[in-house]
Every structure is written in C-alpha cells, then in structure tokens.
Design a protein around this ligand. Structure first.
Ligand SMILES: [Fe+2]
Length: 328
C-alpha cells in the first residue's frame, strides 16, 4: 500500500541536542551528537550521523537512483520509479530469517520531502555531505547552524551533452569550479573543433578529464551525455561510497583514472561475491543481481554507463535477461 497522503512529521521543538525528530509512516528518525537513530514497529537501528547524512544526500541527489540504495546492511530504499520503499533489514538474510525486516512504500515526492527536511535540519554549518572527509568537518556535536548551499547543489543532468548550446555548461574557475587538489596534473586544454560548413552549431566537443578534475563533490554520478537510453554518468570518487548500491540492471564501469576497489555482494542477502580492483583503463560490467560499494584511496575518475530503459527491472525479474551482459 502506498502511504501517499501521510505528510512528513518533523517535531517543532528540538531535542536536548538541538535537532528535530522526524517520522514518516511507521518509521521515525532522531539524531544525537554522534548517531542517527531509526525506529520501525519491530526494531531499531543506529548509524554514525556523518555516514547517515552522506547516504541521505546521495538518495536525494540521485532521485533514489536505479534499484536499491542501502545506507548500510539494514536501512535503505528501493526505487519503483514513482514510489519508493523505505526498508529495514529487507536485504539482510539474517533479518529476513528472523522475521525482523520491515518495509513501507511512499510516493517519491513525500519521502523526498522527508529526506530533504532531515538533511536541512541535521547538517551542521561546517559539514558538507558531498565532500571527501579531508575536505569537510563538523558533522558531530550539538546543533551548529546549517549548510543549505552544500545540500542543495545543482544536479547536472545534460539533455544532450555538457557544453552543447543551451545545455549544462562546462566547469571553469570563473563559474566556481577550481581544479581539485588531487587533479592538478590534469591538462586543461580544450579540443579543437573543425566542423563542416553548416554544422558549426551541431558539433560539440569537451575535455571530459578537465571537466571531472573540477568536480567539487564525490560519489555523485552526473549525466554528461544522453543518446536515447544511453547515459554517460561520470563521477569523481574519494574515500568510501556512502551507500551500497543494489543494481536493478547491468551497470558498466570505466575507470578513467587512478584506482577503485569494489566489494561486490549478493543483492538479496549481502553474501560476499567478489572484490574487484579497477585501475585506470579497466572496464567492468556490474551484474544486475549484485550490490556493490567502492573504496578509492585518492580522488579518482569513474565513468558509470547506465541504460535508462524503464523495462529493464521487470525483464530481469522475469528472468528474460541473464544478470550479466555478455557471454564469452
Ligand atoms: Fe551501482
């Protein structure tokens, strides 16, 4: 059942640490100086609040993304594209066996509003949930201001391609995107375009490495080119992916620079399946039946290639497609 009519409930009065409590359906959320506490009818869970805010920030920014966003081994969301399940223990074999899992379905805009309200109230002024740990501080302690600028960044979603006329602009010093400290060696030159007469406004070329070297966020795929259902979603990664992504389709990864180690587990149970270390130039297809979390020792560039075909989750569920994309 979709709980579409229940508004998010935030307490008017803050708790003794200065933070408001929130509730949606039968879930409730409370934070103290170190932890987010999540409760549901037959259980409760606590998550370090910096990790919790980083996860909620990704879920909000990605519009719940493709498939499952696990905040950790217990809490997370499933995107049904119009509605979203908020769950506890749903993809944890032990919670399932013990009958302790719980899930509720909400209209997407309702759960978005809840998560946005939590982010706004629980993010302190010095904390940026999108930033690498070395580039931020201050998630902990009693309530200390807010950071609206950090949590409401513009989401890059090109209609055709970044740099194209009327589309998402490229990043420059002047529009507020200096080169990141880990990418000072990335050439900043731009490609030369020699278009045939009459095609001057249709041929576009950008330096994607320069574009990514100026990303001010981590683990946040942005759509830089679109061709029908084929979306190029590159991103810069540093430290740990703040969520464990459960795929509902195959995702291709192209490691553009440096190195990321991926822990790959079964999507339903969390049972470990593989550790994949990707170095610059490596290409991998993440199967449709796994969850994965990345670890990046220094800021690196990753191209995530998504197939946005809305029929895919049902076709994998029905077993029409194998969970991997190629047979060798
Ligand atoms: Fe993924």
């Amino acid at each position: 059942m979709t709980t579409g009519t229940v508004p998010e409930l935030g307490s008017i009065e803050p708790n003794q640490h200065g933070y408001r409590d929130f509730a949606l359906g039968k879930f409730s959320f409370r934070r103290d100086e170190y932890f987010a506490h999540v409760r549901w009818p037959n259980g409760s869970h606590m998550i370090a609040v910096d990790a919790f805010l980083r996860a909620v920030q990704r879920d909000v920014a990605w519009g719940f993304f493709y498939g499952i966003v696990n905040f950790d081994a217990v809490i997370g969301t499933v995107n049904h594209y119009g509605t979203v399940d908020l769950f506890a223990g749903r993809f944890n074999a032990q919670y399932r066996q013990a009958g302790l899992d719980y899930s509720e379905n909400f209209k997407t805009d309702v759960i978005s509003r809840l998560f946005e309200a939590i982010l706004a109230d629980w993010t302190n002024a010095p904390f940026d949930p999108f930033a690498a740990p070395e580039e931020t501080s201050g998630a902990f302690g009693p309530k200390n201001g807010s950071n609206k600028e950090a949590i409401s960044r513009h989401r890059v979603t090109a209609k055709r391609m970044i740099g194209a006329p009327g589309d998402e602009p490229v990043r420059t010093d002047d529009n507020g995107f200096p080169v990141n400290r880990h990418f000072t060696d990335v050439p900043q030159d731009a490609p030369e375009v020699h278009a045939e007469p009459g095609f001057e406004h249709e041929v576009v070329s950008v330096n994607l490495f320069a574009y990514l070297s100026r990303s001010d966020v981590t683990w946040n795929p942005s759509v830089v080119s679109v061709c029908k259902n084929s979306l190029y979603c590159p991103t810069t990664e540093e430290y740990v992916l703040p969520v464990i992504h459960g795929n509902d389709r195959v995702e291709w990864f192209v490691q553009l620079s440096d190195e990321i180690t991926w822990e790959v587990s079964d999507r339903e149970t969390g049972r470990p399946r593989a550790r994949v270390t990707m170095k610059a130039g490596d290409v991998a297809a993440m199967p449709a039946d796994i969850r994965h979390q990345g670890f990046s020792k220094k800021r690196s560039m990753l191209l995530v290639w998504e197939n946005a075909n809305p029929d895919l989750p049902k076709r994998y569920e029905r077993g029409e497609l194998p969970p991997y994309p190629v047979e060798f």
